[in-house]
Design a protein around this ligand. Structure first.
Ligand SMILES: NC(=O)c1ccc[n+]([C@@H]2O[C@H](COP(=O)([O-])OP(=O)(O)OC[C@H]3O[C@@H](n4cnc5c(N)ncnc54)[C@H](OP(=O)(O)O)[C@@H]3O)[C@@H](O)[C@H]2O)c1
Length: 429
């Protein structure tokens, strides 16, 4: 065997960690061709070394002792693939301070503690990379940071959670929310506790990271406006179909002048839009900017080997750039304000259930008009003395639409609170 000249330490040897080792072993020749180096896992930190592993580590690689891992002189570059904010955060900080470059697959850690971790990396003069933390196999961070370095990206649209995309694709074919969740769990796309996925928390962490990299200004997890898919009903999905659209959980990051808006919420997406074609558990990210107009990247957003491919790519980048001065740490170089949510502009969809009385529609549209909001499309259905109105509103500030909806909700003929979602039609070309 050729000599190993870069020792890799893995924090964690689970689904992703063992796949990283598999790729490093099975693709050692390709990696050597690309970097001139042999990379081998020399240490991996776990909780239980006796556990059976899908791709066993070499003899004496597994350890439960972090101090031993940190002090091991053979560990030259570290991949953090253990997850959780703690103790992973403390371990990464200590390793950076000890002068070891780190690549991480941990979206919650990067989205929550990124500022401090990048400062620690800069002080120590070592790299901290995080490609695998967003959309697994899709190389979106590298595209934003390197390929688009001179492009002013002003909008990022993403389907960044495969579980909810699978569930919404399932609902589109006629299933209820409960059926869709049960199917996602049966196929291993959703955890027994799916809260992080269905509430949009997982997508919010990824959008915080993407927006930070795209706009060069820190967006924390808590800065992301978030709404999950739990309130969606088959009626909304079939209304979308009637309007020529599909429902998707969309992350939207927008640069408006000197302010940033980042949100995750279900949205109606026009069937002609590239994101409408993203079916099942896939992810996609659309980047819109001055010089590029639009680029869409699509691929698997989860999975052990898929995520490991991004971890290995980061390891290769670290090895390839070490000593060159190409540090690529904190993406932030400015501090932009958060756009007040009321000023965020979009077309909107409104589902209204009203009693079938003369003048209801005129009442609704005149109240919208009083807030300078106009109707672009309307589908009306009558059933047992009640009417369902499906409205698509022209682009308007969210604040104006929300205020009109608060007033319309208390009309005597309105039977349920209006249900409002943004609509994505234009492609920013
Ligand atoms: N799986 C995916 O599809 C995917 C996709 C994108 C990103 N990610 C991210 O990748 C990371 C790893 O995910 P995973 O699916 O590989 O998780 P996993 O299978 O649960 O593996 C976690 C590993 O970390 C070790 N570990 C956890 N807590 C530890 C502690 N306190 N001390 C020492 N070792 C500890 C575990 O040890 P034991 O083996 O002894 O329990 C295990 O080896 C997470 O940040 C996740 O969000 C995963």
């Amino acid at each position: 065997m050729a000599s190993v000249d870069v020792g890799i330490g893995l924090l964690g040897y689970g689904t992703v960690g063992s796949s990283v080792n598999r790729l490093l072993v099975e693709s050692a020749d390709e990696i050597e061709r690309a970097t001139g180096h042999r990379l081998r896992v020399v240490r991996a930190l776990v909780r239980d070394p006796a556990k059976e592993r899908p791709f066993p580590a070499g003899d004496e690689v597994l350890t439960t002792d972090f101090a031993e891992f940190r002090e091991d002189p053979n560990v030259q570059v570290v991949a953090e693939v253990m997850g959780g904010v703690q103790p992973a955060g403390d371990y990464v900080r200590e390793l950076l301070r000890a002068g070891k470059p780190v690549v991480s697959a941990n979206k919650q850690l990067i989205a929550r503690d990124g500022a401090e971790l990048f400062a620690t990396a800069s002080e120590a003069g070592v790299q901290l990379r995080f490609e695998a933390s967003v959309c697994a196999a899709i190389p979106v961070v590298k595209v934003l940071r390197e390929s688009l370095v001179v492009t002013n990206v002003h909008r990022v649209l993403g389907i960044v959670n495969g579980t909810t995309n699978f569930m919404l694709s399932h609902m589109e074919r006629g299933g209820s929310y409960a059926d869709a969740l049960a199917e996602a769990q049966a196929l291993g796309y959703a955890e027994a506790d799916p809260t992080d996925d269905v509430s949009g928390a997982d997508a919010a962490a990824k959008m915080a990271i993407l927006a930070t990299v795209a706009f060069g200004s820190r967006v924390g997890y808590e800065d992301v406006e978030r709404r999950g898919i739990e309130e969606l009903e088959p009626a909304h999905v079939s209304a979308a179909a009637q309007l020529g659209m599909v429902v998707r959980l969309i992350g939207i990051a927008t640069l408006v002048g000197d302010a940033v808006d980042v949100r995750v919420q279900p949205a109606l997406v026009d069937r002609a839009h590239p994101l409408a074609a993203v079916d099942g558990a896939f992810n996609a990210v659309m980047l819109q900017g001055d010089a590029i107009r639009e680029i869409t990247l699509e691929g698997p957003g989860a999975g052990g080997i898929e995520t490991a491919s991004a971890v290995v790519a980061d390891l290769v980048s670290v090895v390839g750039t070490s000593g060159t001065g190409f540090l690529q740490n904190d993406a932030c170089w400015r501090s932009l304000a958060k756009l007040p949510s009321s000023e965020w502009r979009s077309p909107f969809y409104v589902h209204l259930e009203v009693s079938d009385r003369p003048g209801v529609l005129a009442h609704v549209t005149s109240r919208l008009a009083s807030h300078e909001v106009s109707v672009a499309q309307l589908v009306q259905k009558l059933e047992d003395g009640a009417a369902t109105l499906e409205l698509v509103l022209h682009r308007a500030p969210y604040g104006a639409v929300a205020e009109a909806m608060r007033e319309i909700a208390v009309f005597p003929e309105v039977l349920r609170p209006p249900f409002v979602l943004p609509v994505i039609t234009e492609r920013g070309l």
